[in-house]
Ligand binder design. Structure first.
Ligand SMILES: Nc1ncnc2c1ncn2[C@@H]1O[C@H](COP(=O)(O)OP(=O)(O)O)[C@@H](O)[C@H]1O
Ligand SMILES: [Mg+2]
Length: 243
């Protein structure tokens, strides 16, 4: 039996660096899980493997009944898996509207794109005010909202976010956390990757803690939120400084 989404013992290598060591994570449909851990733990490499950007050297990845680890990224996106990458890649001279539309380029149901735009500006009302403004003129937090919105424009079944709170002012982190909860309530399954473990643990149901390429803890988020030992051992000062 496979779960809605799962990786089975996946390994990712860059030349001689073993970045991901036999990682198994999984989720049910409609769930939010988080993958937390300090810088260099292997979180982004795991996500790149899931979305077909970096090949795995062993293991399997399953989504919605199909094995997806040999598919090209576009084919994975077409099956409903969309990633919002680390580091806010915006087209600074393009308007917010046009940036959002870029997220819909692989869609076949073009008639439903206007409804998706409505959904995104309902999630992030700030984007409506900035709709015809060049994206590069917005604050970092607003740009991050737009990039998440662009991910939603693909109408994903599974939305994967890599460090959405990185470099974002605290008031925007709250707004992004609230939007992630709303996205999940709309039926989208979510994988949230964060160094900001508090934020990630608050919005997810289950969490995996990574350290040096391995999953070292795997538990209910509510339990990890209370577990000082886990916070101290694997999440360190970063989570405290940014909580
Ligand atoms: N393209 C790459 N080439 C070589 N090593 C890499 C590459 N990308 C990441 N790494 C290494 O793989 C490990 C995991 O990195 P990464 O997946 O980015 O971790 P995280 O997202 O948790 O910070 C680190 O040791 C990092 O230096
Ligand atoms: Mg990373």
């Amino acid at each position: 039996m496979t779960r809605y989404f799962e990786t089975r013992n996946i390994t990712v290598k860059y030349d001689r660096v073993l970045a991901v060591k036999s990682v198994s994570i999984g989720m049910d449909e409609g769930e939010t899980i988080s993958l937390i851990g300090s810088n260099g733990a292997g979180k982004t490499s795991t996500l790149r493997a899931i979305t077909g950007l970096t090949p795995i050297s062993s293991g399997e990845i399953w989504f919605n009944g199909d094995r997806i680890d040999r598919l090209a990224t576009d084919a994975i996106v077409e099956r409903g898996v969309t990633m919002v990458p680390e580091g806010r890649r915006v087209f600074p001279l393009m308007t917010v509207r046009d940036n959002l539309l870029m997220g819909a380029f692989l869609r076949r149901d073009k008639s439903k794109i206007a409804a998706s735009i409505d959904r995104v500006v309902t999630l992030f009302p700030r984007l409506k005010e900035r709709f015809h403004q060049a994206a590069g003129t917005m604050s970092g937090g607003e740009q991050q909202m737009m990039v998440i919105g662009r991910g939603m424009m693909a109408d994903p079944k599974l939305l994967i976010m890599d460090e959405p709170s990185l470099g974002v002012a605290p008031k925007f982190v709250q707004e992004i956390a609230r939007a992630i909860v709303d996205i999940n309530r709309q039926g989208v399954s979510v994988i949230l990757v964060e160094q900001n473990s508090r934020m990630a643990l608050r919005v997810s149901r289950h969490a995996y803690v990574m350290s040096t390429g391995k999953v070292v803890v795997n538990d209910k988020s509510s339990r990890l939120l209370l577990d000082d030992r886990v916070q101290k051992a694997y999440l360190g000062e970063i989570s405290e400084a940014r909580a």
